[in-house]
Design a protein around this ligand. Structure first.
Ligand SMILES: NC(=O)c1ccc[n+]([C@@H]2O[C@H](COP(=O)([O-])OP(=O)(O)OC[C@H]3O[C@@H](n4cnc5c(N)ncnc54)[C@H](OP(=O)(O)O)[C@@H]3O)[C@@H](O)[C@H]2O)c1
Length: 303
């Protein structure tokens, strides 16, 4: 199925937003790309005006406040709440009002990570299906959960898509969040030994693969509702993810496995938030995503 009419994208200079823009445009789709300067999603009046004028057939919300530790600060929490909860409320309301489909991105962190203990070794096959009940345990996750609730309550034709630990080319937004892959490649050069958390499981996902899967939601099309879209292969810890990154990048810096409690971080982190995908377009494996990304980078093992 081809997509008719323009598509309104928010958060277009973010890491996922830029991949959506690139991959969907290459597929011949007309995208109206906006970032905060063009469309502040926290302002209902602006959102309503732009959506009313442009009449997009689809609105894709890739805008977010993603600083997990920052959101614990009361002042920054208010910003997170505005972007992650009020923003999607405004977009869902206007999408419904003007008859657009709505794709909203959420996170594995809406789950507590404690109700599904992992007892298997490297790969977590136990986790959260699309029907599981969210129970956020930190401030950032609460704001994302409130955004999810708003989208569900407004109703209409929506896809609520949870993903996890995104990595890929960095967006051009000035506040863009460095991915774990970028972080590892940087600190491996700076430190003689890395201590990596080995009791927090998730499903790292390559942004170009996620952008492609999001497009498939519309073109197949899939029924509206909640989707878990992550690279295939099950959940793994930061420690095991780092091992994969270093093996592919030819990095030999030693790494040590530690519990999350070793680091004092303002936000509490969930244990196992492996997302189980039972519906929707299948993404390639994490190994494939990581390999594609590492090969894009200029010789990661050199100084
Ligand atoms: N990153 C992860 O590991 C991860 C994991 C799971 C789920 N997700 C979800 O995936 C989605 C994309 O994440 P990402 O990592 O690509 O995000 P990102 O790189 O941090 O980009 C977020 C974008 O949102 C924009 N933005 C912030 N406030 C805004 C506002 N008031 N109005 C309009 N735009 C605003 C930013 O614009 P400026 O350029 O103006 O700052 C930036 O371009 C988000 O929903 C996120 O919660 C991410």
């Amino acid at each position: 199925m081809s997509l008719e009419g323009p598509i309104l994208l928010t958060g277009a200079r973010g890491s996922l937003g830029e991949q959506i823009q690139k991959i969907w445009s290459a597929a011949g789709i007309k995208i109206i790309a906006t970032d905060r300067a063009e469309l502040d999603i926290t302002n209902l009046e602006l959102v309503d005006k732009l959506v009313g004028e442009l009449k997009p057939t689809v609105i894709v919300n890739a805008a977010a406040y993603n600083n997990v530790d920052g959101a614990e600060d009361p002042a920054l929490y208010q910003i997170a709440l505005a972007v992650n909860a009020t923003g999607p409320t405004n977009l869902a309301l206007t999408a419904k009002k003007y008859g657009a489909k709505f794709i909203h991105l959420s996170t594995d962190y809406v789950f507590s990570g404690v109700s599904n203990p992992v007892t298997v070794g490297e790969i977590a096959t136990i986790g959260y299906k699309e029907t599981a009940n969210p129970h956020p345990i930190n401030a950032y996750a609460r704001t994302k959960f409130l955004g999810e609730e708003a989208v569900r309550e407004v109703g209409g034709e929506y896809y609520l898509v949870r993903s996890s630990r995104l990595f890929g080319p960095l967006g051009s937004s000035p506040d863009v969040k460095e991915s774990f892959v970028h972080l590892m490649l940087r600190v491996a050069r700076e430190r003689p030994l890395l201590k990596l958390v080995n009791d927090e499981w998730g499903c790292p996902t390559y942004t170009p693969h996620l952008a492609t899967a999001l497009l498939s939601l519309l073109t197949k099309p899939y029924p509206f509702g909640i989707y878990h879209l992550v690279n295939a292969g099950g959940g793994l810890t930061w420690y095991d993810f780092a091992k994969k990154i270093f093996a592919l990048a030819g990095i030999t810096t030693p790494i040590e496995s530690v519990p999350g409690t070793v680091y004092s971080r303002p936000a509490r982190r969930p244990g196992n938030v492996t997302l189980i995908q039972t519906r929707g377009p299948k993404l390639p494996s994490l190994d494939q995503g990581l390999s594609e990304f590492i090969h894009l980078l200029p010789n990661p093992s050199s100084d």
